[in-house]
Design a protein around this ligand. Structure first.
Ligand SMILES: [Zn+2]
Length: 373
């Protein structure tokens, strides 16, 4: 039933996307959820699409709402034009409250007579009534249920500590007080297995059964890596938010302004975006402050102790000694300290203030903008 529901949701979404696009190009008309929901009801009455009635109507309507959201994101500049959902991509179906029952332990979806056999990753807060349930299937063909609940989250007691975080190549996160977290070698074994599985997949004949099997195997290893990485990020973001009142980071936008990207760095950047997202919502939950620095400051090239700014600092240099004050720096820890200083200045006085005792204005010299961070 889930497989059929996924298929119908995908059909409804793609059909509505086509209808909206045609209406706009052919008649200059904009179609929204309300008109499309009426059109969908008509579509179900037609003989060749009558199979749409075999599944609950609620997830189909939710697919139309998802399309509304996709278009809103497009019009407001946050996303590309919506694209068709593919049969072999991630599948999902969303059930509103009128399309499932939840008795505190069992979840039964509309058009199903038995509750889903769920292996819980965490328990729901007691006494919560889910308002929305989304069932999905990922590339590795694993099924997930996510339940949206409302929960009162209490702020943590205040602490008198603040920290700057930088993203490194050798470690995932480096703090201004000198701690390093997350060794990328943690994933090295899995990544080797993944590369092997991907090579095997590439060798199999296109369209063959063995190719699909090999693809699934690669997808499972990929999913395992992604799960472990996300788990680790959650653990780390929880710890950093709990221990610090103020956390300063560079936004991904700033990170991307540095053009000397190696592949390894590009990969770690992807993780950075998710990590900062987790820090942001956890800071809000627990009453902490996350300062996102979204202007470019010379965090790596600036000596934290005297403010001297190097002309260049290539990625392979891990340690350097300041030519002006003679202090030796670990590249990443020095950067994290500058990020903390910049973040505190931004939080206190707005963008115009620069951290520490430096002389030049940051980000205004064309040379420093182009140079390596
Ligand atoms: Zn110095």
């Amino acid at each position: 039933m889930l497989a059929r529901t996924f298929g119908c949701c995908r059909y409804a979404y793609n059909w509505a996307l086509r209808a909206r696009t045609d209406a706009f190009f052919q008649r200059g008309e904009r179609l929204y959820y309300n008109q499309l929901a009426v059109m969908l009801t008509e579509l179900k009455k037609q003989e060749e699409t009558a199979w749409l009635t075999e599944v609950s109507s609620v997830p189909l309507q939710q697919s139309l709402r998802h399309l509304d959201t996709a278009f809103r994101n497009f019009f407001e500049g946050r996303a590309e034009y919506p694209t068709f959902h593919k049969k072999h991509g991630v599948q999902s179906a969303t059930y509103a409250a009128n399309a499932f029952t939840w008795d505190g332990a069992n979840l039964t979806l509309a058009k199903m007579d038995a509750p889903l056999d769920i292996h819980w990753s965490r328990s729901l807060p007691t006494g919560c009534q889910p308002t929305t349930v989304t069932v999905s299937k990922d590339y590795a063909e694993r099924y997930f249920v996510s339940m949206l609940v409302e929960e009162e989250i209490k702020h943590l007691p205040g602490v008198n500590k603040q920290v700057g975080l930088d993203l490194g190549l050798k470690s995932m996160v480096i703090t201004s007080d000198g701690h390093t977290y997350g060794n990328p070698k943690f994933f090295a074994q899995d990544e080797m297995k993944l590369a092997q599985a991907q090579r095997r997949h590439a060798k199999k004949q296109k369209g063959g059964k063995n190719r699909r099997k090999a693809q699934l195997k690669a997808a499972r290893i990929h999913a395992r890596i992604a799960d472990r990485r996300r788990d680790y990020q959650h653990k780390l973001s929880r710890e950093i938010i709990r221990e610090n009142q103020v956390v300063c980071v560079e936004s991904l936008h700033v990170k991307n302004m540095v053009k000397n990207h190696t592949l390894a760095k590009a990969i770690s950047d992807v993780g950075w975006g998710e990590f900062v997202r987790q820090l942001a919502y956890k800071a809000e939950w627990y009453g902490r402050t996350l300062v996102k620095i979204d202007k470019w400051y010379p965090s790596s090239k600036r000596c934290f102790d005297c403010g001297h700014i190097l002309d260049s600092l290539t990625l392979d240099i891990r340690y350097w000694t300041c030519p002006q004050c003679g202090v030796s720096h670990d590249r990443d820890i020095n950067a994290a300290k500058n990020i903390l200083a910049a973040g505190l200045a931004v939080a206190a006085c707005g963008e115009a203030v620069r951290p520490g005792r430096a002389k030049a204005q940051p980000g205004t010299s064309p040379r420093s903008r182009k140079a390596h961070s």
